[in-house]
Design a protein around this ligand. Structure first.
Ligand SMILES: [Fe+2]
Length: 371
């Protein structure tokens, strides 16, 4: 971890010295004796973390943290409190202003650990933001939507996710088959195809340690993971040719019963392309092997989809997929290859070698086993 600038705020100088003593070996400590002084420092310095006492004259710690949001929204905020300011604390935490509060008197080792975790969080978000900006700029540089670029993005994601070689392209094509079965226009089908390819592109910003985790995710990991539809939409940005596809991407984890994310849309509020991508994504995930689990097979996948029809999935779309699968004689891969030999929008088969799928993942598991 690199050295960060930490702003410590307390009206009592001995407390500031104590914080400096504990934290200055690893980080640069900047002291402020009041909220007003702290705000001035925030304007001038790249502060990663703010640690403030709650009880101070003039401006309380919570007030300071609230005001700091407009200057340094990304800085992580820790509140030290020696009083039972329960309500102020609850309000601040609920409003998302405080990462953690530490009751006084604090323990040096515990404080160091909390600071370390907080800064890890800060770095994670920072690298994620940089990637999103870089990808967006790369896309904006292009005057028009280039098929080659979209293809390269999909390949980059498949390579990163490792186990999903060709997944984006397959989801995209199954989605088009469903859309066609539902009698959608060519224009919508094109947007569904694009949306299908790009739906998980935001996972480029999710660390491998989370993407490849076979065990259940922690609440923090789940939160990072659940941001990917919005990140995907951000990467697509305002490109004219992708406005509708972007909405499909943003909402591809909304559930028919309203229990999905990011907006909790339900039923027909969900853009149709998004509901279609959700179903094909689920089908493809269940019928392809992953390094940490085998495919459950076509029949079981169908049962699973039926079970969730009307809950997670739009029943009309599940029915349409069933009809497609019946016609295909359950050989969806063959159908995909034939139907798309020309490529609906000119995208050919995945270039990630499926034989190599999972190699990096398995190496990583082994490496961790050795640790
Ligand atoms: Fe997704």
């Amino acid at each position: 971890m690199r050295r960060h600038k930490i702003l410590v705020v307390d009206d009592e100088v001995p407390n500031l010295r104590l914080l400096r003593r504990v934290l200055s070996a690893d980080h640069d400590i900047i002291e402020a004796q009041s909220g007003a002084e702290a705000l001035e420092i925030l304007k001038a310095e790249e502060i990663s973390l703010i640690i403030t006492d709650q009880r101070m004259p003039a401006m309380t710690g919570v007030q300071l943290l609230e005001q700091s949001l407009s200057i340094r929204p990304d800085a992580i905020k820790i509140l030290l409190t020696g009083y039972t300011d329960v309500q102020a604390l609850i309000d601040a935490i609920n409003a998302g202003h405080v990462y953690k509060y530490i009751p006084k008197p604090w323990d040096a080792e515990e404080l160091k650990l909390t600071v370390r975790r907080a800064l890890e969080n800060y770095e994670l978000k920072e690298s994620h933001d940089q990637l999103v900006v870089a990808l967006r700029n790369a896309l904006l540089d292009l005057e028009a939507v280039s098929v080659g670029t979209i293809r390269a993005l999909a390949d980059a994601l498949d390579a990163k996710c490792d186990y999903t070689a060709g997944h984006s392209v397959r989801v995209s094509r199954i989605s088009v088959l469903i859309g066609r079965e539902l009698g959608l226009s060519d224009e919508l089908l094109r947007d569904i195809e694009l949306g299908g390819i790009l739906h998980d592109i935001g996972k480029i910003g999710v660390p491998e340690s989370i993407l490849w985790k076979a065990e259940a995710l922690t609440p923090e990991e789940r939160e990072i993971m659940s941001k990917h539809p919005v990140t995907s939409a951000e990467i697509i940005g305002d490109l004219k040719g992708l406005l509708r596809a972007r909405e499909y991407v943003r909402h591809h984890h909304e559930h028919y019963n309203g229990q999905g994310y990011p907006s909790g849309l339900s039923g027909k509020e969900i853009p149709i392309g998004a509901s279609i991508i959700l179903v094909s994504d689920a089908y493809d995930a269940m019928t392809t092997d992953r390094p940490y689990r085998k495919a459950i097979g076509h029949q079981k996948a169908i049962e699973e989809l039926s079970k969730q029809s009307g809950n997670q999935f739009d029943p009309e779309i599940v029915d349409a997929l069933m009809r497609v699968l019946e016609k295909a004689g359950h050989e969806i891969d063959k159908l995909i290859q034939e139907e798309f030999s020309q490529g609906f929008i000119g995208l050919n088969l995945p270039s990630v070698d499926p034989a190599k799928t999972g190699k990096r993942y398995l190496e990583e598991v082994e490496r961790r086993g050795r640790l």
